[in-house]
Design a protein around this ligand. Sequence first.
Ligand code: FAD
Ligand code: NAG
Ligand code: NAG
Ligand code: NAG
Ligand code: NAG
Ligand code: NAG
Ligand code: NAG
Length: 516
Amino acid sequence: MLYISTIAGLLVIGVLPLCSLAASNVTVTTKNATGFPPCDALIQAGLGNRLLFATDPDYEPRIASWWALNTRLHPWCLFQPQNTAEVSTSMNALLGAGDGAGDWHIAVRAGGHNTGRTNNVDNGVTIDLGNMNRTTYDSQSNLASIGPGSKWKDVYAELHKHGVLVPGGRDGGVGVGGFLLGGGLTYYVGREAFACDSVKNFEIVLTNGTVVNANKDENSDLWMALKGGGSNFGIVTRYDMEALPDKELAYGIRIMSADYSSDLVDAIVHFTDNYQGFDSDALVAYLSHNTSIIASDVIMAAIHVNTEGVQNTTGFTKLNQIPSLVPDETLSVSLAQAAEGSQLPSGSWNAGATLTFKNDKRILNRAVQLHGQYVQDLKNALGADNFVTYVFFQPLPTFLGEISNQKGGNMLGIDLQEHNAIMWTGGVAVKTDQQALAFAQTRLNAMLAELRSFSASLSGGNRLIYLNYADSSQDPLGSYVKKNVDHIKAVAAKYDPKGAFQKRFPGGFKISRVDD
Ligand SMILES: Cc1cc2nc3c(=O)[nH]c(=O)nc-3n(C[C@H](O)[C@H](O)[C@H](O)COP(=O)(O)OP(=O)(O)OC[C@H]3O[C@@H](n4cnc5c(N)ncnc54)[C@H](O)[C@@H]3O)c2cc1C
Ligand SMILES: *[C@@H]1O[C@H](CO)[C@@H](O)[C@H](O)[C@H]1NC(C)=O
Ligand SMILES: *[C@@H]1O[C@H](CO)[C@@H](O)[C@H](O)[C@H]1NC(C)=O
Ligand SMILES: *[C@@H]1O[C@H](CO)[C@@H](O)[C@H](O)[C@H]1NC(C)=O
Ligand SMILES: *[C@@H]1O[C@H](CO)[C@@H](O)[C@H](O)[C@H]1NC(C)=O
Ligand SMILES: *[C@@H]1O[C@H](CO)[C@@H](O)[C@H](O)[C@H]1NC(C)=O
Ligand SMILES: *[C@@H]1O[C@H](CO)[C@@H](O)[C@H](O)[C@H]1NC(C)=O
C-alpha cells in the first residue's frame, strides 16, 4: 500500500508487529489445583482449557499484546473464552470462588488499548475477550454483529467483503469492546454522531450469568445506559451495529509548521462552527513532539477526511491555506486501508487525559502554548528523544447531540451543552521507564488543570470528560448531566443488584463512586 509508506515515513503512523496467539485450541485440557481460587473455580466449571498461566508458553506473548507497557500486568491466569456461553459459565464460577474473600479482582480486556490500567490486573484473573473476534454481516437487517475482542481494522476488512462498514475506531489496532462503551469518535461523527449511537443491540452477560439483549424494544434502559456508561453492567459479548455503504474515503494528512498555529486554530474553530454545512467531512488536528519526524520541537498535523470520497469539499478551505511542509495529497482509500495504515505503536509507557471546552480561539491558542511549555519541560527532564507527545483537537458541535437523540440517545448529553465545543486530548508516550512516565504524567495533569482554569476564566468550560480518553484521576461518568448519572445508577442496580461489577470488576470508571 503505497499511500501508507508515503505517509508513514513522515508521520506518526507506523504498523506495529502484532502478537497473535494461536487460536482456540489450547492443548492443556486438564489442570489440577493451581492454588488460585478463581482459576481453580474456572477449572471446576470445565473451562480449564481456556486458561493460560504464567507457566504456559503462550502467556507472556499474550501479555505483550496489551498496548501500553503500564497495562502489561500479570494476572494469576488469563481466561480466554470462545463464546458467550463460556463467559456466562465463568461468571458464577468467578463470583463464587473463595466465597468472594481474598484480595483479588477480575479484569476484562477487549482490544487492550486503554492506558488507564482498566483492562488487566496483577492479583486476580483477567477475562481476555480476544478470541471473541468474529464479525458477520446480515444484509436483511443491515446489521454487523461484532465480537468485543475484535480490532477495528479486522472488522472493516471483513465488512469490506460485503460492501459495508460501520463507524468505528480510526486507529486500526483499537478494540471494539471498550471503545463502544465509552462512546466512540469516528470519521463519521458529523452524520452518525458517536459510534455507540449505531449500536442497535448489545448482547450482555449479567453478573448472575444470565445473557440478555439490550435494544430499543428489549431492556431499553440498559441499551441506553450502555451507550457511554462504560463498564458498569456486565460483559458485553456482541455488538450489533447498523452498517453504512463502504464508500472510499477522501483521506489526507496536512503537516504544518508550528509557526502557523494560530492559522490552524482559526481553521479548527471555523470548521467546528460550520460543521453542519459539510457534515461528511472529518477533521482531527493535532500537535506532536516526535524527534523521529522532525528535530524541531513541535509539528502540527490535520487528518482531513471526506466520508463520501469527495476530494474538493469546502470543509477544509481554511486548512488548505496553511502551507504544508510536504505535499498534502488527498487519496482515495477504504476505511479498512485507512485503519490498517493508522496504528500508533505499542510498547511505550503511556498516559492520557482529556478536557472539553468552548470552541473559542483564545482557549485553543492557550492550549497550543501550554503544549509548547510541556514539551520544553519534558525535554529538559527526560531528553528530547525519549518521549512523544500528542495534543488532539476534535470538533464537538452541539448538533451532534441532536443526531444522537434521533438515533435513540446516549449518556453523553452533547445536545445539552451551551456552545459548540472542542474536545482536547493530551497524551504522552515515554520510552524509558515508569519513573519518566510519572514525571510526564504529573506535568500532563498540571497542563490540563491550567487549561481548565483558563477555559473557566473565559466562561468557556464544558462539563464533558470523554470516558475513552480520560485519565484515572478524572470523573467522566460524573461529568454527564444528572439525569444520565441517575439513569446509569438505576440500571446498574437493576441488572447487577449485588454490585459485583462495582466491587469485583474494579477496572474503569465505576458509577458507585460518582456522588449523587
Ligand atoms: C492509539 C489509540 C487510538 C485511539 N483512537 C480512538 C478514536 O479514534 N476514537 C475514540 O473514541 N477513542 C480512541 N481511543 C480510545 C479508546 O476508545 C479507548 O482506549 C478504549 O477503551 C479502547 O477500547 P479497547 O476495546 O481496546 O479497550 P480495553 O482496554 O480492552 O478496555 C477498556 C475498558 O473497557 C472495559 N471493557 C472492554 N470490553 C468490555 C466488554 N465487552 N464488556 C464490559 N467491559 C468491557 C475494560 O474492562 C476496560 O475497563 C484510542 C486509544 C488509543 C490508545
Ligand atoms: C514518531 O514518529 C515516527 C516516524 O514517523 C513513527 O514511526 C513513530 O511511531 C512515532 N512515535 C509515536 C509514539 O507516535
Ligand atoms: C481472531 O483471533 C484469533 C486468535 O486470537 C486469530 O487467529 C484470528 O485471526 C482472529 N480473527 C479475526 C477475524 O481477526
Ligand atoms: C483441538 O485439537 C485436537 C488435536 O489436534 C483436534 O482433534 C480437535 O478437533 C481440536 N478442536 C478444536 C475445537 O479445534
Ligand atoms: C492431576 O490429578 C489427576 C486426578 O486427581 C491425577 O491422576 C494426575 O496424576 C494429576 N496430575 C498431576 C500432573 O499432578
Ligand atoms: C468539486 O469538483 C466537482 C467535479 O469536478 C465540481 O462539480 C464541483 O463544483 C467542485 N466543488 C467545489 C466546491 O469546488
Ligand atoms: C439475573 O439477573 C437479572 C437482572 O437482575 C434477572 O432479571 C434474572 O432473572 C436473573 N437470573 C437468574 C437466573 O437469577
